[in-house]
Design a protein around this ligand. Structure first.
Ligand code: SF4
Length: 401
């Protein structure tokens, strides 16, 4: 299993698979073929259908800079190695130098077509299931965060500190920014208003729900605006983990080291999902993006509160279990509706799962590994209409009205 650095990438929104992935593929071709005088990029599948809303064209042009680049969108071809496929041709004075097909497999990672491993990624964990990790840690009395540090390189804690600093900066900026998000849907930013509401007293609705939601909105609104953020595990699902950790810091005063350790656990859960299933909405629907983020956040909360590994597993398993079947149908192909609201609801759900796990963690019939496999199989069974194509669900009905 690869490093948890692959789960937390610091960059710009709004989409890890539609902006960060293509950006990396184009950078790879640009670096390999330095004498190229032009490039041609063909986008297929979800990249072709929702690339405009996700700002894929912009990311590609930014990467090639001064070098001319022709972008083609092919929505007809369906026999693809991955729902997010792009082919890049390097040209020199009109003659083809090279041609490579890349798959943007989620969370900003890319693979060359026909290859198993992501480009430039090493395996750092010998174990690749929660069951194996749990057995090892329980036998040796090793907390999950310590297991992560033992396997990763010495710079991981420093990197996670950077990740946490960026998450906090993103939430803070989002909480202080008003206005309308770009893209034409006229979606108003709501984070500031939610936080103000959360600071007042309420009889019926718990005020913490407003605050947790405010933090999730803040992170997601920054992502939707194309600002700096951290994937967790993707851009679209980047509000859930920061929301719960920011709330914990504000309400209970957890310190930086404790929050960074919780991030290590969240990253481990995310990497297990990415290794054994997918974190790509185009591949397995929103259950793979926001569902994974919800499981990461629930596990992080359990670990942060000093719960056992069994309780942490139950929290993550429950969070994912109750996101099963969640479709991806972004209105207008933008990472705004239902994405932003969905992150807030998932953050609140992570609290419910972590709370429930505290009592019902023993004698569980469903393991985390089992629910991850279920998520993947369910995702592969979903019609492509519900896998980031904006052809079905809310996207379709909104377009028809
Ligand atoms: S619906 Fe979910 S998976 Fe789809 S773009 Fe939005 S956050 Fe990502």
């Amino acid at each position: 299993m690869q490093s948890i650095r692959e789960i937390f990438k610091i960059g710009r929104g709004p989409s890890s698979s539609h902006t960060m992935g293509p950006e990396r593929a184009c950078a790879s071709m640009k670096n390999q073929y330095k004498t190229a005088t032009a490039f041609e990029v063909t986008l297929y599948g979800s990249l072709a259908k929702t690339g405009e809303g996700h700002r894929t064209d912009y990311a590609i042009r930014q990467t090639f800079g001064e070098i001319p680049c022709h972008i083609v969108k092919n929505t007809q071809k369906t026999d693809l190695p991955h729902p997010n496929t792009l082919e890049i041709v390097a040209l020199q004075n009109g003659h083809e130098l090279a041609r490579q097909t890349f798959l943007s497999v989620g969370g900003g990672d890319i693979r060359l077509a026909g290859e198993e491993r992501a480009v430039g990624k090493a395996e750092v964990y010998p174990e690749s299931s929660f069951t194996a990790i749990r057995a090892l840690c329980e036998e040796g009395g090793v907390p999950l965060a310590a297991y992560v540090y033992r396997n990763e390189d010495g710079g991981l804690r420093r990197y996670l500190n950077e990740v946490w600093e960026q998450m906090k900066a993103t939430v803070r900026k989002g909480l202080h920014t008003e206005g309308v998000l770009p893209g034409g849907l006229n979606v108003k930013r709501r984070a500031m208003e939610l936080r103000q509401t959360g600071r007042r007293e309420h009889n019926l609705i718990k005020k913490e729900n407003f605050l947790i939601s405010a933090y999730a909105y803040a992170a997601c609104e920054e992502n939707a605006a194309g600002e700096r953020m951290v994937t967790a595990p993707t851009c679209g699902a980047s509000g859930v983990v920061p929301a719960v950790l920011y709330y914990e810091k504000e309400m209970f005063g957890y310190d930086r080291d404790e929050l960074v350790d919780a991030l290590a656990v969240a990253g481990l859960i995310g990497q297990l999902i990415k290794t054994n299933a997918s974190v790509s909405g185009a591949e397995a629907g929103c259950q793979a993006e926001v569902g994974s983020a919800c499981a990461m956040a629930a596990g992080a909360l359990a670990a942060l509160h000093g719960r056992s590994i069994a309780e942490t597993e139950a929290a993550a398993e429950m969070a994912m279990e109750h996101c099963l079947g969640m479709t991806c149908d972004p209105v207008g192909g933008l990472v705004q509706i239902p994405c932003i609201e969905r992150n807030a609801v998932a953050a609140m759900k992570a609290y419910n799962a972590a709370s429930l796990a505290e009592v019902v963690y023993d004698n569980r019939k469903i393991s985390f590994d089992m629910v991850v496999r279920t998520m993947y199989e369910t995702g592969r069974d979903l019609s492509s209409r519900y896998r980031e194509t904006a052809d079905g669900g809310l996207a379709k009905l909104y377009a028809e009205q």
